[in-house]
Design a protein around this ligand. Structure first.
Ligand SMILES: Cc1ncc(COP(=O)(O)O)c(C=O)c1O
Length: 366
């Protein structure tokens, strides 16, 4: 079976994790943690970083560090993974959903301004499936209305927006290192910021709210959202390979673009100002009309040894989030989400395997 995504792990990562285990520093203290934070911040061009247990809690901490709380409105794309939006509800804040752009599928910046009210505090953007958001336009609206911008870069390590690495283009950004991400730590996440106060706050909150200057004194309510040294050891191994991993992702996407019949599929469009990392090569299936037809196709692909993944459902369709959509329509995402699939894109996939996927998909759609 060709998996939709599998982590790429080498002896280097295994040696690193062994070293961490042998050192006895198996929890969240240990040299790999600080090293991973420094290395990843520098890779993204951000000044400060804080590792976390996963990407969802990284976003929870990011929102807390900006002082987001009950009743605050947060603009967010509805076409994203649920983990982008859940932390807004953890805080009693209110998600205000925005539709996506028809070409690159990230938030449509032209639709943000009309959603802003006196209660709006921040805009979360998501670099979806590895493609960066149109940041200039988002930042312009944010500046005009004095709003924070938060990047959810969980799927986009190394993506470029106008030649700048995502993750350092906003007030605070977050990443995920789940097993299917560009680089992995098993589970894991990171918060990046250029403002030290934000990362200082994140560091206190993720460590039970403990005072940095007085051990076991807890002036505020905190969480245990820390990454372990074992995870960071894996992360450091992955960071030493991130260049080749990103190069391979691009090659995989080139194979798909060469082999798939564009009369049958629509690719996520890489915009002139963007360099996508093609986290998952994702396509809309032109002949597919509804979710049932897509399901049938995915079952048939699986029967032929090919795993695929449906597009994310728009978050405003889920029961805990529905009421925040206020019966609004989101015509772009509603016209594509049930017709899209993500194709096998793990960094260890071979050209022969991609050719097989393309052959089967072209023939099933023709
Ligand atoms: C866009 C997006 N945001 C947030 C998350 C949450 O990250 P995690 O799974 O590490 O909690 C993910 C991924 O899983 C994601 O794809």
């Amino acid at each position: 079976m060709i998996p939709v995504s599998a982590p790429s792990i080498t002896e280097l990562e295994i040696a690193n994790v062994n070293e961490a285990v042998r050192s006895g520093w198996v929890s969240s203290k240990g040299e790999f943690v600080g090293e991973f934070e420094k290395t990843f911040a520098s890779f993204c061009g951000a000044r400060f970083a804080s590792t976390t247990a996963n990407g969802t809690v990284a976003l929870h901490l990011a929102l807390l560090s900006l002082g987001i709380g009950v009743g605050d409105e947060i603009i967010v794309p509805t076409f994203t993974f649920v983990g982008t939006v859940s932390p807004i509800l953890y805080l009693g804040a209110v998600p205000v959903f925005v539709d996506c752009d028809i070409n690159h599928w990230c938030i449509d910046p032209d639709q943000i301004e009309r959603k802003i009210t006196a209660r709006t505090k921040a805009i979360i953007v998501v670099h979806l499936y590895g493609h960066p958001t149109e940041m200039q336009a988002v930042r312009k609206v944010a500046k005009k209305h004095n709003l924070f911008v938060i990047e959810d870069a969980a799927e986009a390590h190394g993506a470029l927006y106008r030649n700048k690495t995502v993750g350092a283009l906003s007030d605070v950004s977050i990443f995920s290192f789940y097993g299917n991400k560009i680089i992995t730590t098993g589970e894991g996440g990171m918060v990046l910021a250029n403002n030290k106060k934000i990362i200082d706050k994140v560091n206190v909150l993720k460590n039970h709210g403990m005072s940095p200057s007085r051990r076991y004194w807890h002036p505020e309510l905190g969480y245990n959202y820390r990454m372990t040294n074992l995870q960071a050891a894996l992360g450091m191994g992955q960071m030493s390979r991130i260049g080749p991993l990103l190069a391979k992702k691009r090659t995989i996407s080139e194979w798909y673009h060469r082999e798939l019949d564009e009369n049958l599929v629509i690719f996520q469009k890489e915009m002139p100002w963007a360099r996508s990392v093609y986290w998952m090569v994702s396509v809309i299936l032109r002949p597919i009309k509804n979710a049932a037809q897509r399901e049938k196709l995915m079952v048939e692909l699986m029967r032929r040894g090919i795993e695929s993944r449906p597009f994310f459902y728009p978050v405003h369709l889920f029961p805990p989030f529905r009421k925040y959509a206020r019966n609004e329509r989101f015509p772009v995402v509603e016209s594509i989400y049930h017709r899209g699939i993500c194709l096998p894109s793990g960094a260890d996939i071979t050209e022969m395997e991609v050719l097989q996927v393309c052959r089967e998909l072209n023939s099933l759609l023709a």
